[in-house]
Structures are given as C-alpha cells and as structure tokens.
Design a protein around this ligand. Sequence first.
Ligand SMILES: Nc1ncnc2c1ncn2[C@@H]1O[C@H](COP(=O)(O)OP(=O)(O)OP(=O)(O)O)[C@@H](O)[C@H]1O
Ligand SMILES: [Mg+2]
Length: 141
Amino acid sequence: MVEPFSQSFLIEGRNFLNAGKASTEIKSILKQLGVNAAFIRRVAIAAYEAEMNVVMYARKAKMTFQVTPQVIKILVNDEGPGIPDIERAMREGYSTATPEMREMGFGAGMGLPNIKRNSDDFTIESEVGKGTQLGITINIS
Ligand SMILES: Nc1ncnc2c1ncn2[C@@H]1O[C@H](COP(=O)(O)OP(=O)(O)OP(=O)(O)O)[C@@H](O)[C@H]1O
Ligand SMILES: [Mg+2]
C-alpha cells in the first residue's frame, strides 16, 4: 500500500532554468513511495507538460501534488493570461508558442492532449486575464 503524501511547488513563469524541477521531484517522490513504474510514467508526463505550460505562458503557479493509496492528483493553479478558447487549446497541434520557444523544442501543441491522455480524470478551467486551473487524477488501485 502506498503511504499518503502531499506537497506543493511554486512554479515561476519564464524561469527556464528551473523548468521541470517540480515534475522531476514528483517523479522521485513516487519512486520512494514505491508506486508502480507505469503510473509514475503517466504522472511524470502530465506533471511535466503542465509545469512547462506555466513556465511558457503564465506568470506563476502553485502546483499541488497529493498521493493517497487510491489516487495521485496534481492540481495546478496559475496566475496568467488564461485560455480564451479551451476547446481549441486542447486540439493536437494548436500552439501559440513563440519562435524562441519552438527553438527550444516546445510548441508542438501536444502538451494538453498528452495530459488528458495520461489522466484518468482531467479538468481544465480558465478565466481570461486571471489564470488557469488544471486537475489531473491518476488512479493507482
Ligand atoms: N497555463 C496556460 N496559460 C495560458 N495559456 C496556456 C496555458 N497552457 C496552455 N496554454 C495555451 O494552450 C496552447 C496549447 O497548449 P499545449 O500544451 O497543448 O501546447 P504547447 O505548449 O503550445 O506545445 P507543447 O506542449 O507541445 O510544447 C498553448 O500554445 C497556449 O496558447
Ligand atoms: Mg505545452
């Protein structure tokens, strides 16, 4: 049985130096908790894509990571421009990444679809001018 665990991370927009650190930490915690590798992989992909979207598009975010014996949850609450058309943002290939971001290998427009694919439950809410909230749930039992 996996022990309950909870931790929050602050993610800074535009900070490409620290980008990916929260999701790397989440991955290592899940390994220590003895979570099955296939679940860890799905969580790591979803967490990384959510974290990078904050770095690229938002000002900052609080990422909360919760583990119970049944589920792993990642909640991301950002302050940023929000997403005007969520349905369009969810489409594979849609991206507003800048040329600089594309040069770094981002901007395929696959992040949100990949988060959804790797989640058992996925919610996204956004308010233009305020920010975006993601809820990612992965069942582990
Ligand atoms: N947290 C966010 N705040 C504001 N806009 C966002 C946020 N996350 C995603 N978006 C918008 O949704 C679009 C699609 O996001 P998605 O992660 O699918 O692709 P991407 O980040 O552009 O490229 P990739 O993830 O493949 O590198 C983004 O280009 C951006 O316009
Ligand atoms: Mg992305």
